[in-house]
Ligand binder design. Sequence first.
Ligand SMILES: *[C@@H]1O[C@H](CO)[C@@H](O)[C@H](O)[C@H]1NC(C)=O
Ligand SMILES: *[C@@H]1O[C@H](CO)[C@@H](O)[C@H](O)[C@H]1NC(C)=O
Ligand SMILES: *[C@@H]1O[C@H](CO)[C@@H](O)[C@H](O)[C@H]1NC(C)=O
Ligand SMILES: *[C@@H]1O[C@H](CO)[C@@H](O)[C@H](O)[C@H]1NC(C)=O
Length: 578
Amino acid sequence: MTTNPATAAALMLLLILQWPQSLAAHRSGVNGLSSTWEVLLNNSGVVAMHMALTHLNTVIFFDQTSSGRTGYILQRNSSCSRRGGDGGGSSEPKNDGYGAKSSSQVKSCWAHSMEYDVATNSLRPLTLKTDTWCSSSSFLRDGTLQQTGGYGSGIRKIRYFRPCGNGRCDWTESPAVLADGRWYSTSQILPDGGTEGGADRVFILGGLNVFTYEFVPKSHPNETAYELPFLRQTSQRRDKGNNLYPFIHLSSDGNLFIFANRDSILFDYRHNTVLRTFPRLPGSGARNYPSTGSTALLPLDHTNFFQRVEVMICGGAAAGAYRAALRGRYYQALSSCGRMVITDEKPEWIMEKMPGPRLMSDMLVLPTGNVLIINGATHGCAGWQKAINPALTPYLYHPNGKPRKRFSVLRASIIPRMYHSTALLLSDGRILVGGSNPYYRYNFSGYPYKTELRMEAFTPYYMRKFFDDKRPMNVAVVGGEEGIRYGEEFVVLFEMERRGRTELEFVASAAPFVTHSLSMHQRVLRLECRGVQRLGEVLMSAVVKAPPSPVVAPAGYYLLTVVNGGIPSKSEWVRFLV
Ligand SMILES: *[C@@H]1O[C@H](CO)[C@@H](O)[C@H](O)[C@H]1NC(C)=O
Ligand SMILES: *[C@@H]1O[C@H](CO)[C@@H](O)[C@H](O)[C@H]1NC(C)=O
Ligand SMILES: *[C@@H]1O[C@H](CO)[C@@H](O)[C@H](O)[C@H]1NC(C)=O
Ligand SMILES: *[C@@H]1O[C@H](CO)[C@@H](O)[C@H](O)[C@H]1NC(C)=O
């Protein structure tokens, strides 16, 4: 910023007069296009096909153990062949993963999982025993990642990673196994498992040619999987399903919104009952793997007691895109988004158009309440070598903006992030972007899109220094580490020099598990603030109310962010407890 006192004074006056932020920002040239991209690591060792942020601010990521050689060698000895030697054959598997011959014990010649420490920008290899290819995960209440399914030897496995912060923790496998094989399934943590002393319970849905769901852990020792005919009905076999990695959102009545292909239901998992069938999402094409659109639950808000639940779905592939891609033809992706308030009496999809077509994008709900759409491609569908033309430009969607003016375009990346790429929000406000692996094996000469081991940070424009005088700083949640009980008030301390008449918002964001353009468990809540007090020249204190129940916010760790007139602080972890 300029140091010219007259200009500075004029700018200050503008700000005092509460000119719209966008106008001030526009004048200074700080807008969406001033967002920045930075390569954090040139070699992340392992493709970030699956990724999650732990409450210790490390990022766990992993690929498939059947990919053979990766970018990180664990040990070199005679049993490690030059090609890799890890599980899986030397060619792409032809079957669907049942009884596949990948070895049951992966010989750890190459790393397939990493722990990335955000603060030190460093990596630590982890060891997976079985194949996690296209698997699912949920964070449990104590911050442990429960990881389920995969391929071949891993298709029925249940794994755990408990973050430790001392560099000594690693993956463990449970002796219990899944009732069905789960390759391309979705996980959802359930609110009813969060009773004092009780176990967390996770709902796991679908998989290739698997039309069932099941619970982990089981409700009783003999419990098996349950049929869900909706999955069979939405499956387009000739197109490899178009309903894999179904979208799940936990609604405010405790039931599950499940979306597959173009259809959706409200499902009562306690009674195995479909409670309602929503209208079909208009337009042709499909939204789930391999058509792979994206979904987000728009922020839940205390002003309606978190009861109004709105789902958004964007992009996907044109009808027949999978079969066309097999013949080397790549259809243009969908440009449409649909929004539906699933708690309305007569819900309907409101359709909107993105600035361009895209699929395989990650959709991130930011603490500001806006939605970032990042990564992906504009033609084809998901799967090995089935898409072309990277979607390099992130879009920012303003849910409360004027219709037809809700999308803005941010600065483009130069690195294609195609199939098997991921993105997630870090506690410092940056977006971590990794992966892209359009080949069965790591292929650094692949044309035109090689296997990508570069890890990047995308810094949205609002995190720039220009906005620091509006930004709440040094946020501390009193008692946040021990945990805050549902419905209790807690104190948030922060520093802020200037406070206009803009509303302060206190936002809690669950940490999602990200893979295949799906952020499982993504959930953002605007919490009630009971009062703000200035304690000193810069120090401020706010009394904030925890969410009322695990239905609104399943027990566990959330990122708490203070947002001042659209400018977010860095986030601090807070734990919500029963
Ligand atoms: C990555 O490689 C590029 C090109 O060699 C180099 O300029 C850059 O400094 C490297 N970045 C990191 C984070 O190592
Ligand atoms: C080579 O590595 C494998 C896998 O860790 C190990 O089981 C084996 O003992 C090692 N062989 C030698 C000769 O060190
Ligand atoms: C589980 O199965 C066993 C053997 O079939 C049976 O004896 C037992 O009653 C069953 N338990 C429950 C809870 O269904
Ligand atoms: C890498 O991809 C190219 C095509 O772009 C292909 O010719 C080559 O065989 C691939 N290599 C491996 C190891 O898969």
